[in-house]
Design a protein around this ligand. Structure first.
Ligand code: SAH
Length: 389
């Protein structure tokens, strides 16, 4: 096995359980893309195994000394509770580094598993991983993958075609899933990520539980998630706003899947920044506003610009809330931690001349675990806040 030797002192983070070895930490040694290598300290002693990525800044990703199929079986077994409850049939089975499978994401939609392989090591082992998912994921019908991910380009991996089938049955055009009472169609070929924002499952139910009777504005609605939960929980009206006509078309199809209820639904194809200003100018107000924007900061370097973007939309939304109105505000920028995001929200509130109390904090669900030794794995945070007056 090829050896990758680390510079003096750089073994420390590996010994603490951090899964990444950056190119700057490597003293010497080479291997092919995706090859299993021995990671050695500066004296040449083996300290771990890893997958080699010659094209990436993250040169080696640490893996356990175990067959890949066992790691997949363990990740599925840790989610046993999802397969005995009846709340949902859509769950993340493998959450990459935090499940000891670096660069492997596997999302299960009613039996159809859709993966992303974003490290050279994961890409080289996709057939083995797919076979293990077929074998160990309860009721697995087939496995496919999405290649249109930025992080694949950073690894020197191809990003086309966007979707490829790997094994078992091919998924239908739309896979129907359920979260509690609410049903969704998932476009696994063209939808965002692997098709759906599974990471917001807990937040959707938190928002629903607070939306009874509300006139809600759901910004960045995608296929309708938060708005359909609010509808199911008795919101008076829901306005779904997204810039993507495709996302809104699917949101409408999703509405048609639900039980009848009296909630008034409105769909607006618009830029949220402009739409919030328009509401301000028209004097339109809401009881409940959801802000779940795409990632504004991909790197630490973009943090200050991202902070201005978050402050801008939150300030506008805070001004549009009726007395005692609720704002559910999310950030999925990994570069911005929860405390910094809270500071941005506090500044927005100050400029809006309103006071807020936090009524809930949300995180990605239990199927998106974060390794204690890998803070980079935590990206999604949410604050649900009520205006004090
Ligand atoms: N809340 C959703 C996920 C939101 S993803 C859920 O729970 O499923 C972010 C969404 O923001 C995408 O649908 C994207 O089309 C939309 N978007 C990105 N920039 C936008 C903008 N400037 N104005 C409106 N929508 C935007």
């Amino acid at each position: 096995m090829n050896k990758i030797q680390l510079r003096k002192g750089r073994e420390r983070s590996v010994l603490k359980g951090h899964p990444w070895v950056f190119s700057g930490a490597v003293e010497g040694g080479e291997a092919a893309a995706g090859e299993l290598v021995e990671v050695c300290d500066s004296k040449g002693e083996k300290i771990a195994l890893g997958w080699y990525s010659p094209a990436s800044q993250i040169r080696v990703r640490i893996v356990p000394d175990a067959p890949v199929a066992d790691l997949v079986a363990n990740a599925v077994a840790r989610r046993g509770d999802f397969f005995v409850n009846c709340y949902t049939n859509a769950v993340r089975l493998v959450n990459a580094e935090s499940d000891l499978l670096p660069g492997v994401v596997a999302d299960y939609y009613a039996g159809h598993v859709v993966c992303q392989f974003t490290s050279a090591g994961a890409d080289a082992r996709k057939a083995e991983i797919a076979d293990a998912l077929m074998k160990f994921a309860p009721g697995c019908l087939g496995v496919s993958e999405r290649l249109d991910v930025d992080s694949r380009a950073k690894e020197g991996l191809k990003t086309e075609p966007a979707f490829a089938h790997i094994t078992g049955a091919e998924p239908p055009e739309f896979v129907e899933i359920a979260e509690g009472e609410v049903k969704f169609l998932v476009d696994v070929r063209k939808g965002h990520k692997t098709g759906f924002y599974l990471d917001q499952r807990d937040a959707r139910s938190t928002v629903g539980s607070l939306a009874n009777g509300a006139e809600m504005l759901n910004c960045f609605s995608y296929t309708g998630g938060f708005g359909l939960f609010a509808r199911a929980c008795g919101a008076a009206s829901v306005t779904q706003v997204d810039i993507s006509a495709d996302a809104l078309a699917l949101a409408k199809k999703n509405e048609a899947l639900q039980h009848y209820c009296g909630t008034t639904m409105e769909y607006v194809e618009a830029d949220v920044f402009q739409f919030l200003r328009k509401c301000r100018d028209e004097g339109r107000r809401f009881d409940f506003i959801v802000l779940d924007p795409p990632k504004f900061a991909a790197t630490k370097g973009q943090l200050m610009k991202a902070a201005r973007g978050y402050k801008d939309i939150n300030l506008l939304a805070m001004k549009l809330l009726k007395p005692y109105g609720t704002l559910a505000s999310f950030s999925c920028s990994g570069a911005m931690d929860a405390e910094f995001f809270r500071t941005v929200l506090a500044e927005a509130a100050e400029d809006a001349h309103r006071s807020f109390q936090i009524v809930a904090r949300t995180h990605a669900g239990a199927d998106h675990p974060v390794s204690l030794a890998f803070p980079e794995g935590e990206y999604l945070k949410g604050y649900v806040m009520r205006a004090v007056q």
